[in-house]
Design a binder for this molecule. Structure first.
Ligand code: SAH
Length: 363
């Protein structure tokens, strides 16, 4: 199979250029074409020698993701894209126009997948129910962002968004299909390209890696050159319940996970977020809110309460609004900073944990 050009870092592109007898600055030119000029083909890279362009086109792939199916919510503010990969497998990504709480700021967030399927198997998650197929390469992650970057630069969404949205991707969240920290090499290299000034130039503080709690990889991430935002899918404040909801807890229980998250904050200065999806009758009582507050006491963090999105499973249902508000007010009473989220993209099955489950259901 041909190699994928977006898989390569700037240094790797320099090595590629020199293997063709080209100077190192060719790598920077290619990076510019890929990530600033958003080129669709090697032919467009007119400041490269024609022979080099032809060799690149013959031996590497520039667009490895084929957009298959796009769905948008009625207000056009959430768009889900199904991509086919070169080996025929598929993944989904979501673009969200997000408005600041005071309505004075707007940004575009792309929610990317990091694996085809997922190995963590949280029973309430659509991707978890699908099982694990394979890791994505760095380029397959970067290309999801590039796709929306191109669409925004071409003002493709202007009709539905009424010109509301800035014409570029400003934020990236690793909250699509897969466990990003179980695909550490690809994810960290993709982040390097996303934040590179010669690449997409997205600020590291606008990139969020969400994890089910792979402790050694959280420790590794804390020591990276870049400091991204960390979100931890906590969902339960005791090991017994968390073993069931987030099975990786059996390997890295709370007494190991929480100190690693504390350390992440100490080393990076990034305040971690805890994701807590409210499951009716399972983890949504005021007592359980108190238990969560005790677990997080003394840790500078924020809790995102997420309404559970329906998947094929009938066992895990969303909490009622009253129950969610009761949980939230107990957290607030215990002085834990929190937000009760509104689910985005439910109607198009683009909400948390829903990615891919429709395709699984119909195939
Ligand atoms: N593997 C990573 C990324 C997963 S998706 C992680 O576990 O963090 C991002 C978030 O959506 C996670 O917090 C995940 O637990 C949550 N999620 C999964 N299924 C959900 C569902 N049906 N409803 C609401 N949130 C869900």
């Amino acid at each position: 199979m041909k190699s994928r050009i977006t898989d390569l870092s700037l240094a790797q592109l320099e090595a590629l250029a020199s293997s063709y007898g080209e100077p190192a600055y060719r790598a920077r030119q290619i990076f510019q074409w890929l990530y600033k000029a958003l080129a669709n083909s090697f032919d467009e890279m007119t400041d490269l020698p024609a022979g080099f362009r032809q060799a690149l086109a013959a031996e590497t792939v520039l667009l490895g993701l084929s957009p298959l199916d796009e769905t948008a919510t009625d207000d056009g503010r959430t768009v889900k894209m199904l991509f086919k990969l070169e080996d025929g497998k598929s993944i989904e990504s979501v673009l969200m126009l997000v408005e600041g709480t005071r309505g004075d700021s707007r940004w575009n967030t792309v929610c990317v997948s990091s694996q085809v399927g997922c190995s963590i198997c949280c029973p309430f998650c659509g991707t978890g129910q699908q099982g694990f197929e394979r890791n994505l390469s760095p380029g397959e992650i970067v290309e999801q962002v590039l796709y929306f970057q191109r669409q925004l630069a071409n003002h493709y969404y202007d009709n539905t968004l009424a010109g509301l949205t800035p014409p570029h991707v400003s934020h990236v969240v690793f909250m699509g299909m897969g466990e990003p920290l179980a695909n550490y090499e690809s994810v960290s290299q993709a982040i390097e390209t996303l934040i590179s000034k010669q690449g997409l130039g997205i600020s590291a503080r606008h990139i969020t890696v969400s994890t089910a709690g792979l402790t050694p990889q959280i420790e590794r991430l804390a020591n990276e050159r870049f400091h991204v935002e960390l979100a931890v899918s906590i969902h339960a404040a005791n090991n017994e319940l968390r073993n069931r909801l987030v099975p990786i807890n059996r390997t890295y229980p709370l007494e190991v996970l929480i100190p690693a998250v504390k350390e992440y904050f100490k080393k990076t200065g990034r305040r971690p977020t805890f994701e807590y999806t409210l499951l009716e009758g399972i983890n949504d009582s005021p007592q359980q809110a108190g238990e969560l507050a005790s677990l997080l006491r003394g840790l500078k963090c924020h809790v995102n309460l997420i309404p559970t999105s329906p998947t094929l499973s009938k066992e895990f249902l969303p909490s009622s609004k009253e129950q969610a508000l009761g949980f939230q007010s107990e957290l607030t009473r215990c002085r834990i900073s929190n937000t009760l989220r509104v689910s985005r993209g439910l109607a198009i099955r683009a909400a948390c944990g829903q990615l891919h489950s429709r395709w699984q259901a119909t195939s």
